[in-house]
Design a protein around this ligand. Structure first.
Ligand code: FAD
Length: 467
């Protein structure tokens, strides 16, 4: 007999697990389907292993630059097997905890495939659901460059799991994965070249952020080849992997022992048989959802990377929880990304953004004022030797409402939280300058652009409401 559930969650990563837990808390009968390995991308091959490794790279860098603070520590020696063993142990702990949570649900292990809008096959089992949440995540994109497949390369899964570091590395792609792991390998002593088509790393961010990071990478010895269009990849007579690229009309090449292909991911939809479920999707951009996370089939929801909207864990969770509530209560609660589209890059200096970027505001033709402040003029940053980068704040000219903020700087992923709270509570710069800040701290740097914005607004509109 078919087994019946109020909600069937397909994929037990961050988004699916959040949906399953929320639905059970609401009293629903919930089944979880996953082909494994259990744990989800973030824990197994994403956020957590990458940040664990990056911590090692950052320590090596601190040691290398410690003389600036009067400490002569010598050349750091990285014990790569020990680094990987530490990472494996940490990830095993996170995985065990998550798997124990997943196993509190009726769990069906295998590839899920829809037979009809209400029926799902998993191996020999057929499950019937009143509602579904699809959270099958994303997969690494096939290589697009001629010769790359034949030459051989690693992608992020392998970059997190090597037995030995490559003797030299070329990174193809300057998004967050390429930047974070490229810098990690460079910092543990691997000569690294990043080859990108655009004029800077992190092209999705405002130009000053991406340009700043590119400059800092170059300063610390990472070669960043910008404006480079890869033509072909091959292996040379010495066994090195060679990337030929065109830069400013000139054909150039770079050679290394390994190539890290870091150009992105695509939604995982293969085998789900979404046609049988009546769910619309695009092979590259993923399952089509509205802002209630419903697909084209009213009782089927999709969340997380498979929607192609954002590749961020906190958003997969937000979507998963909301989808579960909408699925069970028939509600039309809408997801709002105004604040939650906040994101960070764990490079050094770190990048973090909340609210609107200047690019967003310009695209929308929305008037704004901007003020920025560099860390190399900030007392605490100077005293601890962390002077790279800047913060900036954007505000509405009419009333000083903070529209967005960005940081390229030390501890950016933590410092941004003050601005997340400010935006959540719809703070104006007039409110913000009244908030006490401890001295001397990195966090007080936010008060400088806020003060400048207050002055700018009052200069233009002396009667602006200074609440
Ligand atoms: C190197 C790297 C670093 C990252 N760092 C960060 C970071 O610092 N911060 C951040 O917010 N995000 C980060 N991300 C992105 C983040 O990991 C993803 O956005 C998030 O994990 C996606 O969650 P999800 O629930 O959509 O999918 P997943 O966690 O991928 O879960 C999908 C699940 O579906 C299962 N599945 C797939 N197909 C089927 C099928 N047909 N049948 C049954 N089961 C199936 C899989 O086994 C898997 O368990 C990083 C990603 C990478 C690659």
């Amino acid at each position: 007999m078919n087994q019946q559930f109020d909600l069937i969650v397909v994929g037990a990563g961050s988004g699916g697990y959040a949906a399953a837990r929320t639905a059970r808390d609401l009293g629903a009968s919930v089944a979880v389907v996953d082909h494994g390995p259990l744990g989800g991308l973030c824990i197994l091959r994403g956020c957590m292993p990458s940040k664990t490794l990056i911590a090692t790279g950052d320590v090596a860098h601190e040691i290398r630059t410690a003389a600036e603070l009067g400490v002569h520590a010598g050349r750091p020696v990285v014990d790569f097997p020990a680094v990987m063993a530490r990472k494996r142990e940490i990830i095993a702990g996170f995985t065990d905890y998550r798997v124990a949570g997943i196993e509190t649900f009726p769990l069906f292990t295998g590839d899920a495939s829809f037979e009809s809008p209400h029926r799902l096959r998993v191996g020999g089992d057929v499950l019937e659901g009143k509602a579904f949440v699809i959270a099958t995540g994303s997969s690494i994109m096939d290589p697009v460059f001629p010769g790359l497949k034949e030459t051989g390369y690693i992608e992020s899964d392998q970059a997190l799991e090597l037995d030995a570091p490559p003797k030299s590395l070329i990174v193809l792609g300057g998004g967050y994965v390429g930047s974070e792991l490229g810098q990690f390998y460079a910092r543990i002593g691997v000569p690294t070249t990043i080859i990108i088509r655009s004029s800077r790393l992190l092209t999705g961010e405002d130009n000053d952020v991406g340009e700043g990071l590119t400059e800092y990478f170059r300063e610390e010895g990472i070669a960043v080849e910008t404006g480079a269009q890869v033509v072909r990849v091959e292996r040379n007579a010495d066994g090195l992997k060679v990337v030929h690229y065109k830069q400013g009309g000139v054909e150039k090449s770079a050679a290394a022992h390994e190539i890290f292909y870091a150009l992105g991911r695509v939604p995982t939809i293969a085998g789900l048989n979404l046609e049988a479920a009546g769910v619309k999707y695009h092979a590259v951009t993923g399952i089509v959802v509205d802002d209630t996370m419903r697909t084209s089939q009213a009782h089927i929801f999709a969340v997380g990377d498979v929607t192609g909207l954002f590749a961020l864990v906190h958003i997969a969770i937000q979507q998963g929880e909301l989808a579960a509530r909408n699925a069970l209560h028939g509600e039309r609660e809408r997801v709002d990304y105004t604040i939650s589209k906040t994101h960070t890059v764990f490079s050094d200096p770190q990048v973090a953004v909340v609210g609107e970027t200047e690019k967003d505001l310009q695209r929308a033709g929305r008037p704004y004022l901007v003020a920025s402040y560099p860390f190399n003029d900030h007392g605490k940053a100077i005293s601890i030797g962390k002077t790279k980068g800047f913060v900036k704040m954007m505000a509405a000219p009419e009333d000083g409402r903070i529209l967005g903020a960005a940081i390229l700087g030390p501890n950016g992923s933590d410092l941004i939280h003050e601005m997340i709270v400010a935006l959540y509570y719809r703070s104006t710069v007039f409110d913000f300058v009244k908030i006490p800040h401890l001295h001397p701290t990195l966090a007080e740097i936010w008060t400088y652009p806020a003060e400048e914005l207050v002055e700018k607004i009052l200069a233009e509109r002396p009667l602006a409401i200074a609440r």
